[in-house]
Each structure stands twice: as C-alpha cells, then as structure tokens.
Design a protein around this ligand. Structure first.
Ligand code: SF4
Length: 292
C-alpha cells in the first residue's frame, strides 16, 4: 500500500500559537494563581485532556460572579466583544490567543458596521469564531448564512458587507457571493477572510482524494474545519473516513486499496497523525510513504 499525507495536515498557525500560549502559561502558573481557558482551547478532545493534566481547565461562560480563577486564556476563535469588556472590568489577567486572522475579521466587521453596512457572515452561527466575529456588528444589522435557503433573508436594499468564517469552503463562499450579487440592489463589499491555512488544506485534500482509493480525515468530530475537509474529500472519494483517533481505523477499509490519503484538521496534533500512521503500519507493515 502507498500512503500520501497532506503536508499541511495538523495544527495551523493560529492553533499552534494558542496551544503554545496555553502550555507556556500553564508552566508559569503556580498556586494561588489559577488558569482557565474560556471554552476548550481547540476542538480536539485529546489535546484538551492533555492540558487538563497540566491543570488547565475550560470554563463555559463568565456569567457567574463567584469565580475562582485569576487568569483566563482566550482561545484562537476569539470571544464576543461584550464578554471581553466584562472580563476587562473584572481585573483578571487575560491571555488573548485569538488568532490574528480572526482579529482581522473582527476589525473588518467593526469598520464596516461603523460605516452603516449590513453584515452578512457566511458560516455556522453556532460556531464560537462566528459568534465572536459577528459580535462586532450592529446588533440589528447582521445575518449569518450557511446555505442557499438562507439567501431569502438577505436585506437586498441595504449596503451589504460579506465576510466568511475563516475555515469556510472556498467554492461555497464564492457561490454565495455570486448569488448575493445577483439579488443585491445596493453597494456590496466583500471581505476575503478564509485563511491561507484553510485554503491550502482544502486544495491539498482535493488533490490527494482524487488520487487515492481510501481517504482518511483525522480530527475532532466537533471541529468545523475537519468536517469541511471530510465533506470536500467525500465528494471526490466515496471511501472517505473521518476519525478522531487511531482506534477507529479498520483493516477492512484497505482490502482493495493501493493508495491511501491522509489529511487532518487544523486542531489535530501531529502525535495523533503519527499514531494513525502507526496503526496503518500495524495493518500493512510494508506500506510506502509518498509525497504530494
Ligand atoms: S484556521 Fe486559520 S484563522 Fe483559524 S486559527 Fe487556524 S490560522 Fe487562524
């Protein structure tokens, strides 16, 4: 069997930065100081568990005034503008690991909103990054859309500013922009906020999925960018499997496979990819690694 691993598989720049900031902060943190993250540091249960072993736990919200932490780390997705304001007033030590690309998107929205644009964000309204970015819009002038059916809610007479979640599927975002430009009756501003890491991952995954018999996508089931990769690969290669760990790899997948491709989401650490490779090696000890 031959194996091709996407060169971009695994942690992106923003995730690597946030995880390193959390590890550094955990190492410098000693009682009575207590470090928490606001939400899981990344969408990967194995990494979250590894941080918990270092004493860094995640909290879900900051509404409770009876809190016992004095340092709070903001993950790469960022946080809603109003929550950041609240935290500043508490006098906590804030470690802001918001990815610079997410910050850029927040700033674009802030500026467009100040100029009266109605913001259309293309993404998953329940995703923390979308919630953090869209919180910079005017509360009465934004819409999050995630499929063609949502287009009927676009206020076509408004000046529109369109922005995407950083991990959006590039082709889908282009299609939505085209559809909006057909119905918009006023000025339309488009921001290109899909980050390079996402585009490279998607491109490499497409190329690999087109050239293999089995495609494996490694990453958290709750990771938006991993799920996008899975959808992209599945459209090209029906034998695509999304797994979180090596325990979910089954020998029968490879019964008729000459070539196997592996890609991984932005929140998948290298050690999980290595374990998946080891598992495949245990199944077929003679496999050969090819480069893309
Ligand atoms: S996917 Fe892109 S925007 Fe999101 S954290 Fe990674 S580098 Fe930043």
């Amino acid at each position: 069997m031959e194996i091709i691993v996407a060169p971009s598989a695994g942690f992106c720049f923003g995730v690597k930065r946030a995880v390193n900031m959390a590890i550094d902060a955990a190492e410098q943190c000693s009682p009575p100081e207590k470090l928490n993250t606001l939400g899981p540091i990344i969408h990967n249960p194995q990494v979250v568990k590894a941080l918990e072993e270092k004493g860094v736990f995640s909290i879900d919200c900051v509404d409770d005034d009876d809190y016992d932490y004095n340092t709070l780390l903001i993950r790469s997705h960022g946080v809603k503008a109003e929550i950041m304001e609240k935290l500043k007033h508490r006098g906590l030590k804030i470690i802001d690991a918001t990815c610079p690309f997410v910050k850029k998107a927040q700033n674009y929205i802030k500026e467009a909103a100040s100029k009266g644009y109605f913001i259309i964000m293309v993404g998953d309204k329940n995703h923390p990054e979308v919630q953090s970015v869209i919180s910079f819009a005017d509360k009465n002038k934004f819409l999050v859309i995630n499929n063609n059916a949502d287009l009927k809610n676009v206020p076509v007479s408004e000046k529109l500013a369109i922005i995407s979640q950083t991990t959006q599927d590039v082709s889908f975002y282009k299609r939505i922009i085209e559809e909006i430009s057909k119905i918009a009756k006023n000025e339309t501003l488009v921001f290109d906020t899909i980050c390079d890491a996402t585009m490279i991952k998607q491109e490499e995954s497409k190329i690999i999925a087109s050239n293999v018999d089995v495609m494996i996508v490694v990453g958290g089931y709750n990771s938006a960018n991993t799920n996008k990769l899975q959808n992209i690969c599945k459209e090209i290669q029906k034998n695509t499997y999304h797994i979180e760990t090596e325990d979910e790899v089954f020998p029968e997948w490879f019964a008729n496979a000459g070539k196997v491709g592996i890609t991984a989401g932005a929140s998948t650490p290298d050690w999980i990819i290595e374990r998946v490779l080891k598992r495949i090696h245990d199944i077929d000890g003679a496999y050969k690694k090819l480069s893309l």
